[in-house]
Design a protein around this ligand. Structure first.
Ligand code: COA
Length: 569
């Protein structure tokens, strides 16, 4: 079937739809919702049999929904309506929530129902629920709805005919999210910040200035006067980088902050202690939030290295610390070491926000990529133990290539990979990708992946050899299976031979072309990207971190806009 994905941005849910539908043999194209005329043009050019809207911020043009079946994903249970569905579900402490696929009509979220799913809520941020429970439920519902459309003759149920528990809700405003430090319990503060995570954050007065708070976690020991900042962590700009604020019955760590916009530009979201550095004099330093800490555990001769960095972004400091943790872990007793990343992301490469905030973005980009390379090199050259990359969550750009530095790569089945850099202003990329990618998928496929700039689902990644296997419908199931595999390896009587072979292969590869030579070649290109005359990378990074809206759909997504499309179809 020809299916058009009409979406505000090509976000993780849209990418997952793209790979699921393409993987089932559908012809899929993407149009970013820029204005009515452009959307109508996309429909004319692509002539879709079905339009799916995974993530829209405004209504589908009437001319489009009157002419074609348009299915809108609503991240709420049947009957729920409004643009803040998940926000309300978290704030209201719903125990069960859902996703509904509605047919677009004149009234927002009130169309006939094609499919719906329910899931149990988790104590987590809006973004985490969206990337996990909502995404899995939406994919299930989408596959059901596409089957119905393909079968023909399906008549969706009018919303009014269904026993709905949901109801129309207004957009959540900042007054709904606002924290009353004197009254709100820790639980309520956490709910408010989690309901606002990703975007828009909770406006709050911090040290006399209004700013947006993100990324909160409970502090179990420190206490103080409600609202007071009672501790800070890594004020020098470390990993936690948060501030701790007392609540009515406890305290919370707040790790990310965005200043209020003064003009049109959306300010950067940055580690709280880094942003407030000068104003935190006299505030005691404490250990900080555990949410994004590097954590190492060893069980049954197997090491598990967790690095759940916020949004999977890895600053220079993150890379340096993770490399030390890796070297320390690999020098210990474990003979199998699993690189766990975090539950939501494995890695998204260098930290573009921290780079943007640096005095010289070019210099910081260089430092960051060098630190990434040092980390990748440490993993590639660790011949004394078997390394496994366990992708519980998505990975993008340098994060994917870092994963390939390990001997084995496993991903949760729902994971989406973006094994390319080019979308970030023609960035060439490093992390030894010119060594790591062709050795897994061959030269031709390596070229195709980097040029096409498309997301890859776990199943396709396995077929092309990018990863070794995928399994697990959710994170706990994936982790259990990874542990089984790691245990099997650690107790394998042939482990010594496996390690001897690994060392010999590394030696042979080094003789063929030294690792350093790959790095030098890649960094020559990166020097041009960072310091050369072409500013594309700096412009793309600026647009990405400041969320500058797209003005057109990139051609690699909108195949209906490629020259020759009409003649081909
Ligand atoms: N540095 C800083 N922040 C990053 C990041 C990075 N490398 N990659 C992702 N993020 C942030 C986003 O800004 C967003 O922040 P939010 O919390 O304010 O919403 C969040 O992570 C989620 O990213 P988003 O783009 O919404 O996720 P997605 O799943 O829809 O898309 C990617 C995934 C990987 C395609 C996309 O995030 C991306 O292109 N990232 C940049 C990768 C890159 O070029 N890295 C540098 C080269 S190594």
């Amino acid at each position: 079937m020809r299916i058009l994905l009409l979406t505000h941005t090509f976000n993780s849910l849209c990418q997952r739809f793209f790979v699921e539908l393409a993987g089932r043999g559908h012809e899929v194209s993407v149009e970013l919702d820029i204005n009515d005329r452009v959307s109508e043009e996309a429909v004319r050019l692509f002539d879709p049999e079905l339009i799916v809207a995974p993530y829209l911020k405004r209504a589908i043009p009437e001319r489009v929904w009157r002419d074609r079946v348009c299915l809108v994903v609503h991240p709420g249970i049947v009957g729920d309506r409004g643009p803040s569905a998940l926000d309300w579900a978290i704030l209201d402490g719903e125990e069960e929530w859902g996703v509904t696929l509605l047919q677009a009509n004149a009234e927002m979220d009130a169309g006939d129902v094609w499919a719906s799913r329910r899931f149990t809520m988790r104590s987590a941020t809006k973004s985490s629920l969206y990337r996990n429970e909502v995404t899995e439920a939406a994919v299930d519902a989408l596959i059901e709805a596409v089957g119905k459309q393909a079968g023909g003759g399906f008549r969706p149920a009018p919303l009014s005919s269904l026993p709905a528990r949901g109801r129309p809700r207004p957009p959540m405003r900042q007054v709904d999210r606002r924290i009353d430090w004197a009254r709100d319990s820790t639980e309520m503060v956490l709910r408010k910040i989690r309901a606002s995570d990703g975007s828009p954050g909770v406006i709050d007065n911090v040290l006399g200035e209004e700013m947006y708070l993100f990324d909160a976690e409970e502090e179990r020991e420190l206490r103080g006067r409600p609202g007071e900042i009672i501790a800070a962590n890594e004020v020098g700009g470390g990993i936690g980088g948060g501030i701790c604020r007392a609540t009515d019955d406890g305290a919370v760590w707040i790790s990310q902050i965005r200043m209020k916009a003064a003009g049109d530009e959306l300010p950067l979201k940055l580690p709280a202690a880094m942003l407030l550095r000068e104003r935190l004099n006299g505030i005691p330093e404490a250990r900080g939030s555990r949410l994004h800490e590097i954590r190492y555990e060893e069980r049954d001769g197997i090491g598990y290295l967790h690095f759940p960095f916020y949004n999977g972004a890895m600053s220079t400091t993150h890379c340096v610390k993770l490399r030390s943790a890796f070297l320390q872990a690999s020098a210990g007793g474990a003979r199998v070491l699993v690189l766990m990343g975090g539950p939501d992301f494995w890695s998204n490469g260098i930290d573009l926000n921290v780079i943007e905030a640096a005095g010289s973005a070019a210099e910081e980009s260089w430092r960051n990529i060098e630190a990434m390379n040092d980390l990748a090199r440490a993993i590639i050259t660790a011949t004394g133990l078997v390394t496994i990359s366990a992708l519980q969550g998505n990975a993008g750009a340098g994060g994917v290539f870092l994963a390939l530095a390990a001997d084995r790569v496993y991903a949760r089945s729902g994971v989406v990979l973006n094994p390319h850099y080019k979308a970030m202003g023609n960035l060439y990329g490093s992390e030894y990708w010119t060594y790591l990618l062709p050795r897994r998928v061959g030269e031709a496929m390596a070229m195709e992946l980097t040029e096409l700039r498309l997301p890859i689902g776990a199943a396709a990644a396995k077929t092309m050899g990018l990863i070794d296997d995928h399994f697990g419908r959710d994170v706990p199931e994936f982790r259990r299976r990874v542990e089984e595999i790691a245990t099997g390896l650690a107790h394998d009587p042939d482990l010594d031979r496996t390690l001897r072979e690994k060392a010999m292969r590394r030696q042979a590869d080094e003789l063929r072309k030294p690792l350093e030579a790959y790095r030098v070649d890649e960094m020559k290109h990166m020097r041009l990207n960072f310091f050369g005359l072409d500013p594309s990378y700096h412009v793309a990074r600026y647009n990405f971190v400041h969320r500058v809206p797209h003005s057109r759909t990139p051609f690699h997504l909108a195949k209906h806009r490629l020259p020759g499309w009409g003649r081909r179809s």
